[in-house]
Design a protein. Structure first.
Ligand SMILES: Cc1ncc(C[n+]2csc(CCOP(=O)(O)OP(=O)(O)O)c2C)c(N)n1
Ligand SMILES: Cc1ncc(C[n+]2csc(CCOP(=O)(O)OP(=O)(O)O)c2C)c(N)n1
Ligand SMILES: [Mg+2]
Ligand SMILES: [Mg+2]
Lengths: 328, 326, 326, 328
């Protein structure tokens, strides 16, 4: 692997932070302090690995399960919580200003990635649009249309299917008969590759290659990263209704975090002290983020009128003027 | 006869329709083993088998399109869109094909399908999980649009929708799915087609609502009664076509009308109702028609959602204005 | 200054906008070498090159979606949908993304795009080539919707649409593309945002129209004048938001209003206009508001199309009814 | 080739009739007696060949350029003219009652084909849904979604891309970077095959194989039939604006009708007499169809209200009652 040990430690830490953040978010949801939340448990290597292969000036178009990538790119955990807490300001993140917010409709951000990549191409900027979506999303027409356009225009875009085997209750075998999801690339005339998405180094390496290719004007590619959704679909879901606990248990053997930790331990680069130090550090960072989240003053209700248009239409100005927050 | 919630009533209607008519099939994302994310289709797979209930890939345009094909072949597909916020990709199929198949072929092929979706706000859900797109469908010739507002009406309207030989968009208020329960006889009786329900008679004022705001209108009427105002509450139930006769009869009598809708104010179904009343009973109107609706802003995320959606307070204020008691 | 048709005026506005602002790019099916099936983009490829004008694959959802991506990156894409009858697959992107990007990110990312499409009937075209879907967009917070009704207004409204920092759906009446020509100065002056045009002053009656029926309203006004009825003609031009002030001013004065729209009657933009008038100037109305519109039937194929769409005869009849001369 | 000479003569005649009908339709359009018309000049082998492989009980879902297939299936030429003349009754054809009408929106009938095929599968009927569309249509999300569903459900459907190299002014090279359009099948996990669509026998044979496969419960397939749009896109188009006459001229060498005629002549099965007899017969049949078309009484205007709903809504009944044909 091309990664240095330091880099691997960085990836490991990011995956661990993602998981810890994830657990905290679920806890906050369970106690009524956050809205419905989509956990990325078990698939951190994909989200983090892809982001790690990007440059700051690239643009990320994440799915709703990509806090791993978003945090890596510089979104503040408090911003992420704000988003999941039902506050639009969570997507006005200070970090990667051109990155896209989460796309709630599955797969509809894929055409945006083509548009962003086209912008780069037209401006002759060596930047890449990176779009993450799930196995379920590959059934959407939007994704097919976007891949096709990116292919024929040779756009600097990288599409990553995080194949976690499930789209809510639908296993990937009932989502498509395609041999692999990487084969979706054939329809668009771009290279498609399936990789072990629980191997974070491989994810970084594969994504880096695809990004370099795109940056170099050689066009888009599709990466299928095989992983597994260890948790429920969201906090509103109960996966035991439709899948075997045994299957989930088996998948723990592939856990990307445990794998990476083993590798670091084998390399002599990680041990109990580092692990404990990191966990404490993460816990503290998360606590601080939760505090910032909790301390964020509410948006004044009247601001609900202020971001629909740059030029407030007269009719909306009237509604705004008549608005009384106490009427809710 | 047991007390059931709205979502249970919907489940009951689906089971009933499937038991009665082998052409009725249910399809959509996660409608099978999972029973739908709100459990509306729970148990149907076990009871009717995989030939009658099938999970689809994640593709809303195709869900509608497959239903069009099934319907042309004589099936009566009941397709579920997981939330009405994801129904937009299905609009093309509904407008370009479902709504036109009968006309296009002069009745040779028809489209007896139902497109169901959970609808509306009030459950503090994520973005696009609280949409009220009914007006988009209610403008389309060839479609019917229905919204229930109680378990019983859900049961009977859904049966009417499934039995109707033309496409029906059936939007179910998520905020009412489990908001209460009532006894519903599983007697297979459908609600009449295209007919509104007068839920509460009144003399001074007509409150018109549908779907998720109906209970709000009923509560407001109760409150108005305490103030000595007798409000009639009309649940439109069908938004396409509109039961103009019931509307006219009521407003001609009361002379005052407040329309409550969850969708954004401008261009909502409330506008059509107001326009019809202004055309038909202008001379009976003792006060301007009031509309209480979501503001014409992008529906806020949960934190501010309630500030945008209609509230009982706003309904009451409008009613009092209409009564000249502002 | 030469006399130009509407489609030439649109072409002129596109060229002007592209010359002024390097961020303006044009995309769509056949907009390049072919110059668009109506020639609206003719010559742009030669003049501005393949980096500013590009043919897309046949994929309407992606045309809108790609425009959203370009716009977020600071471009001002003007995307063409070949006919508004094929705009339905783009609704999801327009509603779920274009209309919300500013709000969703609190202004961090925006969507200064225009979605253009030939619109409306009257050219005896094949099925789905004569649609009037403006109401579907006019209900959506975050969008603007404009329709021109003359070469000059087409030029100025399109410039306003392109320069506006938010998404605008721009629907061009095909029946007017070449219906006549007029001198239009290529001076880069945009029409004011969100403002209707009073095309003909009048005192007895307000005729409200937009797009393809505006010339019909003007002709009707002429005819009414011969009958001693002074009709004011208002071209709404923007359907989202609506210029309520101009409407109110006019109808408060005339006391009578006839609204003409090409779209199906129920749930059209005319309903919103009627509803607003009924709210705001009820006490000034001397007669019920009349709506002249396509019937609530699937728009017929060319043979019967004219029987469904509004006609000058129907407009005149409505005006006479409003004047109590039926 | 498996085709008997008689069968080949049948195909040849059908292609010739299609072409003659086509020419007549254009002439009628030019003289104001028909609406905009989409010619199938040069690609008759695909449309006719596919239809010839079908059984009567199968269901055809044609594109707007498939009069070849529709006539073969029993649609009356007068009905077709009625359709192109702007009269809905043209799609109420007496012949194949379950066949679909022309889909004006490109590619959106592909999901219908999946639905029809699903109906067959659910009823365990040995029938196949056959869907024809163009190269441009393969860029539409609807087609991708439909193929994917047909694939995963192993539906008895055959999808045929009539690759005539152009979608109005867009050549297929700018439509997609896919190696072939047959590769679109990879994304759906079904077999895809590219064939010479100007070889009518090959079209029949390939389609027949795909149909047999589908009928046999082995699932759907995709056939890309390579041909060429010899004419303008429609009567409203002028292809010289965007493509070289020379390219078109070269393509005449591939003309499926001339090829089939040569083959029949080589087989000693066709000659001047047969050709002249056929042409006269076709001309007469077309004339009769045009007469029937011209003699079809107009629909009473009020019928415009009568097919939007089975149960006429009160509001529409009101509009109908107030309707005055002289108001148009
Ligand atoms: C267009 C659309 N349809 C339906 C939904 C509801 N929904 C949310 S996530 C999901 C499954 C997504 O599966 P996949 O793409 O595999 O992503 P994962 O959840 O596994 O990350 C569904 C159906 C949605 N958000 N958007
Ligand atoms: C959804 C949709 N978009 C655009 C059009 C306009 N249009 C009609 S045919 C056509 C090109 C179709 O190309 P192809 O699929 O290759 O079929 P062909 O015309 O070559 O038979 C276009 C863009 C349409 N009818 N439907
Ligand atoms: Mg998944
Ligand atoms: Mg083609």
């Amino acid at each position: 692997m091309a990664q240095s040990t330091d880099a691997l430690i960085g990836l490991y830490r990011a995956m661990c932070l993602t998981r810890a953040f994830d657990a905290k978010a679920i806890a906050l949801q369970r106690t009524g302090r956050l809205g419905t939340f989509a956990s990325s448990l078990g698939q951190e290597a994909v989200s983090v690995g892809v982001a790690a292969a990007m440059r700051p000036e690239d643009v990320l178009l994440p799915s709703f399960r990509d806090h791993g990538a978003m945090l890596w790119r510089g979104v503040d955990m408090a911003e992420s919580l704000l988003y999941w807490g039902g506050d639009e300001r969570g997507s006005d993140f200070a970090g990667p200003r051109q990155d896209f917010p989460v796309s709630v409709p599955v797969g509809t951000h894929a055409p945006h990635a083509a548009g962003v990549a086209l912008a780069f191409k037209l401006r002759r900027e060596p930047r890449v649009a990176v779009c993450l979506f799930g196995d379920g999303a590959t059934s959407k027409g939007d994704v097919a249309e976007a891949l096709n356009i990116a292919g024929v225009w040779r756009l600097p875009a990288v599409f990553v299917v995080c194949n976690n085997r499930w789209a809510i209750s639908t296993p990937v075998e009932r989502q498509t008969a395609a041999e692999t999801l990487a084969r979706k690339a054939d329809a668009a005339g771009m290279p498609g590759e399936r990789i072990d998405g629980n191997d974070v180094e491989l994810v970084v390496e594969t994504a880096a290659r695809a990004l370099a290719r795109a940056r170099d004007g050689q066009g888009p590619s599709l990466i299928e990263a095989l992983t597994y959704r260890m948790g429920d679909h969201t906090t509103a879901d109960d996966a035991r209704r439709y899948r075997d606990d045994a299957e989930v248990s088996r998948q723990w053997a592939q856990d990307p975090i445990a794998r990476t930790r083993r590798r670091l331990v084998d390399l002599g680069a990680w041990g109990k002290a580092q692990e404990e130090g990191m966990l404490a550090e993460h816990a503290a960072a998360i606590e601080r983020a939760v505090e910032r989240y909790a301390a964020t003053p509410a948006q004044p209700p009247v601001t609900l009128f202020d971001y629909t248009y740059a030029n407030l239409p007269a009719e909306l100005a009237e509604q705004r003027a008549a608005f009384r927050p106490e009427d809710a | 006869m047991a007390a059931v919630t709205m979502v249970q009533a919907i489940n009951m209607a689906l089971a009933r329709a499937m038991a009665e008519d082998p052409q009725v099939v249910v399809l959509g994302e996660d409608v099978g083993r999972d029973g739908g994310v709100f459990r509306a289709t729970e148990g149907l797979l076990d009871r009717f088998g995989a030939d009658r209930v099938f999970d689809t890939p994640l593709a809303e345009a195709a869900i509608a399109g497959v239903a069009v094909g099934l319907a042309a072949q004589g099936f009566r597909p009941v397709a579920e869109i997981q939330f009405s916020g994801f129904i937009y990709p299905a609009l093309d199929q509904m407008i370009s094909h479902a709504a036109r198949m009968r006309n296009r072929t002069r009745g040779r092929l028809t489209c007896p399908m139902v497109l169901r979706a959970p609808n509306g706000g009030g459950i503090r859900a994520a973005e696009l999980h609280s949409e009220s797109p009914e007006a988009l469908f209610a403008h389309v010739p060839g479609l019917r649009v229905a919204l229930p507002s109680s378990p019983e009406r859900a049961y009977r309207l859904l049966l009417a929708a499934i039995r109707d030989p033309d496409p029906v968009v059936f939007l179910e208020p998520t905020r009412l799915y489990r908001a209460g329960s009532e006894d519903v006889a599983d007697d297979g009786k459908a609600a009449p087609l295209d007919r509104a329900f007068v839920l509460r008679p009144g003399e001074d004022l007509t409150l018109v609502a549908w779907g998720g705001v109906v209970p709000m209108a009923l509560a407001a009427a109760e409150r108005l009664a305490e103030e000595g105002i007798s409000a009639e509450v009309v649940d439109m139930a069908w938004l396409k076509p509109l039961d103009t006769a019931t509307l006219i009869e009521s407003v001609a009598r009361t002379g005052r009308c407040v329309i409550a809708q969850e969708a954004a104010r401008s261009g909502g179904v409330g506008a059509e109702i107001a326009a019809r009343l202004a055309e038909r009973v202008l001379d009976r109107l003792a006060a301007p028609i009031e509309r209480v609706a979501a503001y014409d802003a992008v529906l806020p995320y949960p934190r501010l959602e309630a500030h945008c959606l209609p509230s009982e307070t706003r309904l009451l204020a409008a009613a009092r204005r209409a009564m000249g008691r502002a």
